[in-house]
Design a protein around this ligand. Structure first.
Ligand code: SF4
Length: 508
């Protein structure tokens, strides 16, 4: 059992069963002590238990039992099997670039392949301006201009352009945040390999594919060849079981996982999520889960494709895809189990995504603003969740509340979709009644700070509750800003009180 894990660089806690959660929180009350005893994780095995209802490998008959990640990489490298630690030349299905990486990559591409070189496939490269869009910074505009020139020169099919920044709706091609645009535009497909020059490319693992971020040099090589040399990661398996309480969202789940294993707990490892809770999650929630695996150092995150996946893809792609699933006897480096029914709303305190605390433990933390947006927390369902809290409370916000839809489609949803139980109101109506700022133009906006005139940026040392994914010093602007990462429920509840607030205050 333990021997299969010893082939890799095993964490010190690999041997035997161990309750890892008790050190995560400072003792404060009987209730918290009780919580600590009921929310637990154990590494119970380095070998996967039986999984029912999963199809066998589609990579052919092999002697080696493989995880989903290994199978995808085996097929993409035209091998019958691969092993963790092995280097493999992998054929890439989709290569995504954004506005802040495209110019540098095209420079490397031309230097290494020649001024007149052509990309390997004009339909497998996706270029998405999203980071520094709604700003007066000329250098940011230049990034988009260089990206456009390259896409026109190379006849790249998927370039989601913006030319009129005064009104994003005048740009029908413009989407917004790359990871959500990739999903909405049908570029994420089970069993495939998707690379992006952005660390949160891991988001696409929600579709049962291998998806990870790469640097500019690797990306330039992919542009020229369609291939990348990848070391096959070992897989950690996270079993999330139990009915999800109505005050939790996927953001709480991933904050729990990261808090448990730390920011380096999954360094260069695949993180596979299974269990009844995961199976019950929508695609957008699975994206949230996989989005933040990189905050634990994960190479990729992955959720097996199922009927939820196929339903989501129905109207998004006509491309043929072939899912793969982990073998029953696949070799997992370690397995972590969580009883989600006992979990409470969480936050990550400044200045690290693994600085986990119960939201109610931070109830005395006064805040200056709330930010709801990004690839992690700016999807339609994220705003629906925030609206649900505002609706239940029937109150107005106590602090500035910034709303940044991830994409143009999300923005449209806020003005057109009815919020369940609201008597026909849309998110935008509920947000207006609650006193929030109107939904901004879709982009990354202040998630990564950006130029000083970026909407929602922390230009002073303020305290912010945010649905984004990183809270390192300076991430959202000011080096002394303090960012509490939270779910849309917790963010909305905090906006209503002006303090970090457990959403059960309004949802129960
Ligand atoms: S929203 Fe934030 S985390 Fe997501 S791609 Fe943009 S800057 Fe990166």
């Amino acid at each position: 059992m333990a021997s299969s894990s010893s082939a890799f660089s095993s964490p010190s806690f690999i041997n035997g069963k161990k309750d890892l959660s008790l050190s995560a929180f400072a003792p404060s009350s009987f209730a918290i002590e009780k919580w600590k005893k009921t929310i637990y994780i154990k590494i119970v095995s380095a070998v996967a238990p039986k999984i029912s209802e999963r199809k066998p490998s589609t990579t052919g008959s092999t002697k080696t039992h493989m995880t989903m990640t290994e199978k995808i990489l085996a097929r993409a490298s035209e091998k019958s099997e691969v092993n963790p630690g092995e280097n493999a030349w992998v054929n890439v299905d989709v290569m995504m670039l954004n506005d802040i990486t495209c110019p540098g990559i095209t420079g490397i591409f031309k230097k290494e392949f020649g001024n007149n070189a052509k990309v390997w496939d004009t339909e497998k490269i996706v270029v998405i301006p999203d980071h520094y869009i709604f700003t007066n910074d000329e250098r940011a505009h230049r990034n988009v201009d260089i990206s456009r020139d390259f896409c026109l020169e190379q006849n790249i099919k998927y370039f989601y352009d913006i030319t009129d920044r005064s009104n994003f709706r005048a740009n029908p091609d413009y989407k917004g945040v790359c990871h959500i645009a990739l999903a909405q535009e049908g570029h994420c497909r089970p069993g495939e390999v998707l690379l992006g020059t952005d660390s949160h490319t891991t988001s696409a693992g929600a579709f049962g594919q291998f998806a990870t971020g790469v640097g500019n040099t690797d990306a330039a090589f992919v542009l020229g060849t369609g291939k990348i040399l990848l070391k096959v990661p070992p897989t950690l398996r996270f079993v999330l079981d139990g009915e999800m309480p109505n005050y939790l969202l996927a953001k709480d789940l991933i904050l729990q996982v990261i808090g448990e294993i730390s920011m380096s707990g999954a360094t260069y490892k695949a993180m596979e999520f299974v269990g009844t809770t995961v199976e019950s999650l929508s695609m957008e929630e699975r994206i949230t889960l996989c989005n933040m695996v990189v905050e634990a150092g994960g190479k990729n995150g992955v959720v097996a494709a199922d009927k939820t996946t196929y339903k989501y893809l129905e109207d998004k792609t006509t491309a043929a895809y072939e899912p793969v699933y982990s073998d029953e006897k696949a070799r997992f480096l370690a397995e972590y189990r969580f009883d989600i029914s006992k979990l409470e709303p969480l936050v990550a305190k400044p200045h690290a995504p693994d600085n986990r605390a119960l939201a109610r433990e931070c109830k005395d933390v006064k805040i200056d603003r709330v930010y709801i947006g990004s690839c992690t927390g700016g999807k339609t369902e994220d705003f629906m969740s925030a609206a649900k809290v505002f609706l239940a409370a029937g109150k107005t916000v106590k602090v500035s509340t910034f709303l940044v839809p991830a994409t143009q489609k999300v923005w449209m949803d806020l003005y057109t979709l009815e919020v369940p139980g609201s008597g026909g109101k849309t998110c935008s109506q509920i947000f207006e009644e609650a006193g929030c700022d109107p939904p901004a133009s879709p982009s990354c906006a202040a998630c990564m700070g950006g130029p000083r005139d970026t909407y929602g940026r922390l230009n002073e040392p303020k305290v912010c509750v945010s649905t984004t994914n990183r809270n390192f010093p300076g991430r959202m602007g000011h080096i002394e800003g303090q960012v509490y990462l939270a779910s849309p429920y917790t963010a909305a509840a905090s906006a209503l009180t002006g303090y970090v607030t457990d959403p059960r205050q309004f949802l129960q």
